[in-house]
Design a protein around this ligand. Structure first.
Ligand SMILES: [Zn+2]
Ligand SMILES: [Zn+2]
Length: 211
């Protein structure tokens, strides 16, 4: 039977969960456990046993499948969610795209569980920042390199200055600086909320072959 547990056992592989293809290979109970984990963020083996009325051996096995597949990470007495979007990255790597982070453009997200994810630039940061488990975020001001609260920052989306991901998103401490930059290099000056919408619109345009 083809299911995730057998694939892991046979091939000893660890999947990249960005390939949501593997989602379909979880058993119904493993899928329910994953859904439950997403609402709880932390689930113990005892809770899994009680919730699904299964033995501790079965609870451990389901937990192990989710851990080995990269959907969850091991907690002291059970499972917890990995860093969004479901994969752990090495130091110096963008948690969103896997590219290298650098101080000039870094976008730092603090999650409600106390963990932190560094994105390579505001492009990746904006794609992750409206998740419900984000507590706060800071980004490097493109001109002066100071970390600024993204809710008070201004973003220049789609300018010709592209140091990292495309379409380019640059962060500035205030609108005046962003507008000065815009007059030379184009793009659109946006608040955080506007920037998320604008970036997604540009990406759709790009995906459809326009722009
Ligand atoms: Zn990135
Ligand atoms: Zn980037």
């Amino acid at each position: 039977m083809i299911n995730l547990e057998n694939i892991i056992r046979v091939y000893h592989v660890k999947f990249d969960t960005s390939q949501s293809l593997f989602m379909g290979l979880l058993s119904d109970r493993q899928q329910q456990l994953l859904d439950w984990l997403h609402t709880r963020r932390l689930v113990s083996i005892t809770e899994i046993q009680e919730h699904f009325s299964v033995s501790s051996a079965t609870a451990y096995r389901d937990a192990r499948v989710l851990i080995q597949a990269g959907f969850a990470i091991k907690a002291s007495e059970g499972l917890k969610l990995p860093l969004p979007p479901g994969r752990l990255r090495q130091e110096g790597q963008c948690f969103y795209c896997g590219g290298m982070t650098n101080e000039r453009t870094v976008f730092q997200i603090q999650f409600e569980d106390g963990s932190q994810g560094n994105a390579c630039c505001s492009h990746c940061g904006l794609l992750a920042v409206d998740r419900p488990d984000v507590a706060s975020a800071l980004a490097s001001d493109f001109l002066y390199g100071r970390m600024v609260n993204v809710r008070q920052a201004a973003f220049l989306v789609g300018s010709r200055v592209n140091l990292c991901c495309d379409p380019s998103v640059l962060c500035f401490a205030n609108e005046v600086d962003a507008a000065s930059f815009q007059s030379g290099f184009g793009g659109q000056v946006c608040s955080l909320e506007q920037a998320i919408v604008q970036l997604q619109a540009l990406m759709r345009l790009k995906a459809s072959g326009g722009g």
